[in-house]
Design a protein around this ligand. Structure first.
Ligand SMILES: [Zn+2]
Length: 350
């Protein structure tokens, strides 16, 4: 759909000027003078307001004769790793115990500088740190299974015990021995039509699904580690794999409910509220008043709102389905644009 509403156009233009990532996927801008269309955060120069047409879907821009921008690739999921980065990740995964050197990257036709920049920007860590985290993760799992520290160190590709201990401590916060009683939360980054998300899972189930640009995410991670007495390490397990698949189906409109174990530490009231959230069907909405009534605590409206705000598992525990009594959107951790998009998406695919 072409957006005509002047107020909306102005709001979108501001998002483009600010490169606001919360708007990714909620609209596409097409530039009349170049015939090219982009996502709101494209790093190409901001066109003049009067030269832009805004569309709801990338399909609409294509149908109107615009070509996808080569820089931001609006027809892909935002920030999907480019081909050469995917290749670098493959190299790492082939054997996580072998360090992928700059030399190897070059041998595979990759530019080490580009790989480093991408990791820094999208994982918040260097390519080397990413590899270290995978190795430490594997070593940690070995230790938990009863292997000796020395064995794990050497199996993880460290040729000195102190080097292993040091890296382990930097990443985990404790020495290999001290941290044995901790559990592991695995973290993976995925891309969606609304921008990249992090998925975290323990061995019991999914414990976090959030947009990577969510405010206070660092605090949420810290909070989660403390609550679960765990450390967060790069990696994937079966729950994460299932979650990725089901999220994908949700976004393409073919999935209406999720079927994944969740691991949600919280107060009994929070647990109850999150359960109630999961009872709001796809395509429907509720209010805090209604929810409070349903759990038999009519006066607990504010506590309900508070518990909702502490939900860590976006989309699957559908806090986006709660709106104000009068019908306005109220708040959303991932941004109101995304909330509106999710509600529209569900009502279209009901
Ligand atoms: Zn672009």
């Amino acid at each position: 759909m072409l957006i005509h509403d002047q107020q909306k156009r102005e709001e979108y233009y501001e998002a483009v000027q600010k490169k606001n990532s919360q708007y990714i996927g909620t609209f596409f801008l097409a530039v009349k003078t170049t015939g090219i269309f982009c996502i709101p955060t494209c790093r190409a120069r901001t066109p003049k307001f009067e030269n832009i047409e805004f569309f709801t879907l990338s399909k609409d821009a294509l149908q109107n004769g615009y070509r996808p921008c080569k820089i931001c690739k609006p027809t892909n999921h935002a920030y999907e790793p480019p081909k050469d980065i995917q290749k670098a990740i493959e190299l790492v995964n082939q054997n996580i115990f072998e360090k992928v050197s700059d030399y190897q990257l070059k041998e595979n036709g990759l530019q080490p500088e580009k790989v480093r920049r991408w990791f820094k920007k999208h994982h918040g860590m260097t390519f080397q740190a990413y590899q270290r985290m995978l190795r430490i993760n594997s070593a940690f799992q070995d230790l938990k299974k009863g292997k000796q520290v020395t064995d794990s160190a050497f199996n993880s590709g460290y040729n000195s015990l102190s080097g292993f201990g040091y890296t382990f401590k930097v990443l985990v916060g404790d020495s290999p021995k001290e941290s044995l009683n901790k559990s592991v939360i695995l973290i993976t980054r995925v891309t969606t039509p609304l921008g990249p998300m992090f998925i975290c899972a323990s061995d019991k189930g999914i414990c976090l699904v959030e947009f990577t640009d969510r405010k206070m995410l660092e605090i949420e991670f810290r909070d989660l580690q403390k609550k679960m007495d765990a450390i967060i390490l790069q990696g994937e397990n079966e729950h994460i794999k299932t979650c990725k698949k089901q999220l994908n189906e949700y976004f393409n409109g073919s999935r209406k409910s999720f079927d994944i174990p969740l691991d949600l530490p919280g107060t009994p009231f929070q647990q109850l509220s999150w359960k109630e959230l999961q009872n709001i069907p796809f395509g429907a909405t509720s209010t805090y008043q209604e929810m409070a009534k349903k759990i038999g605590k009519e006066t607990a409206v504010r506590a309900m709102a508070n518990a909702n705000g502490h939900n860590r598992v976006a989309i699957i525990v559908p806090c986006h389905r709660v709106i104000a009594k009068g019908g306005s959107l109220t708040g959303y951790g991932g941004g109101l644009q995304r909330k509106q998009w999710l509600l529209d998406h569900e009502s279209k695919n009901k």
